[in-house]
Design a protein around this ligand. Structure first.
Ligand SMILES: *Cc1c(COP(=O)(O)O)cnc(C)c1O
Length: 381
């Protein structure tokens, strides 16, 4: 029996240990030191964003965005039911109401028409998630939001480096973009995140909210001679220890992406005919200008196909997995949220999706083993 092939495994990049040693020896391991500045500059270069702030997580970046919008009870924020819970918890943390809408099943991303139907006088923002780093239809969403002054937030936890059909870098198109550096993401530092502020006017306030409501940022730059409590806030500044690892990871970003695309493209090519013959949809059936190779999925014809393929691969020592359970159907979603319209596509996508192992460092031999096991799968009926 071969070793098990893991679903995901964080990559080690060359400078992590030396960067960490430098932080520990410097005696400065709290946030906003030299590695935070370097990692932020790299993130700005990769995304093209002029205004980025590292945070302790993507969830905290979403919370920061909610504080910036002065969201409160009675306000509504529209988001896809098929996404990670953080978008909803950030809304609920302000006492506002998450409103769940259905997805476009060809991408797994929010359906702009469903956004249009969910808008009320209370709608303050829409959180769009680029599933698997495949660009969501932002122009479609803007059709409903732009005239009404509704903010669009891009949850770009999957999509670092992605580019949409208009040639824009993901995370920089809405009012805010948020990133995750959790160790399951393309670039990681254990736990970490960032917010990209695409509206310059909000930068100073974002900096204050991130630093416990104080203007310590201005003080550190020498713009003021003491710092004081200015506004609402929290502690969203990551330690230099995290930034040290992140700096090394971001320096290797393009090599990481080349590795991920090598595996993604191998899966796409090798599974095309097999999937077509069995009525299985592959993530590669549609083309996008540039996704991020964050994940590779197959959409089985039905729910039984999902559990059957996952157990078939498990029997071959390969960890494949499903993904999000639609939020509107979850215990907290029912308690805190409102559901707009039918969620059939979210359910269907969720119960048919199978993700294959995809991480840099997966060897050619391991990729071949995954493919052999997938290609040997036949539906029961
Ligand atoms: C991982 C993830 C998050 C949460 O990121 P953290 O950094 O762990 O808070 C949010 N949204 C999406 C889409 C994610 O994949």
């Amino acid at each position: 029996m071969h070793d098990e092939i893991l679903f995901s495994r964080p990559l080690r990049t060359p400078n992590e240990l030396s960067n960490l040693a430098a932080v520990l020896e410097s005696g400065h391991s709290h946030g906003d030191g030299a590695f935070t500045a370097r990692a932020t500059a790299r993130l700005q270069q990769i995304t093209g964003s002029a205004r980025a702030l590292l945070t302790t997580s993507c969830t905290h970046a979403l919370e920061l965005a909610m504080l910036l919008l002065d969201l409160g009870p009675g306000d509504e924020v529209i988001l896809p039911s098929f996404t990670f819970p953080s978008a909803a918890t950030a809304v609920v943390s302000r006492g506002a109401t998450p409103v769940f809408v259905d997805i476009d099943i060809s991408s797994g991303n929010i359906d702009p028409a469903a956004v249009g139907e969910a808008i009320t006088a209370r709608t303050r923002a829409v959180i769009v998630m680029h599933y698997g780093g495949v660009p969501a239809d932002l122009e479609g969403v803007f059709q409903f939001t732009a005239m009404r002054g509704i903010a669009v937030i891009e949850d770009n936890a999957h999509g670092l480096g992605g580019i949409d059909a208009q040639g824009r870098r993901l995370g920089t198109v809405g009012a805010f973009g948020v990133q995750s550096f959790h160790d399951t993401k393309n670039v990681q530092c254990g736990e970490g995140g960032a917010i990209l502020l695409n509206d310059d006017a909000l930068f100073t306030r974002a900096e204050i909210i991130r630093e416990k409501g104080t203007d310590r940022g201005r003080f550190l730059r020498g713009d003021v001679d003491k710092y004081t409590w200015q506004d609402v806030g929290s502690s969203y500044v990551p330690s230099e220890l995290n930034a040290a690892v992140l700096d090394s990871q971001l320096a290797s970003f393009y090599q990481i992406q080349v590795e991920r695309f090598r595996i993604w493209n191998t899966y796409a090519d090798a599974l095309r005919d097999w999937a077509g013959d069995l009525g299985i949809r592959s993530m590669a059936d549609k083309t996008w200008l540039l996704h991020s190779a964050h994940l590779f999925y197959l959409l089985m014809p039905d729910r039984a196909g999902q559990s059957d393929l996952i157990s078939h691969l498990g029997a071959h020592g390969i960890r494949a997995t499903f993904h999000y359970v639609p939020l509107h159907s979850s215990p907290a979603g029912r308690r805190f949220g409102r559901t707009s319209g039918r969620q059939d596509r979210s359910h269907s996508f969720s119960e048919r999706l199978v993700r294959l192992p995809l991480w840099p460092g997966l060897t050619d031999a391991q990729v071949s083993r995954v493919l052999e096991a997938v290609l040997s799968y036949r539906p029961r009926r």
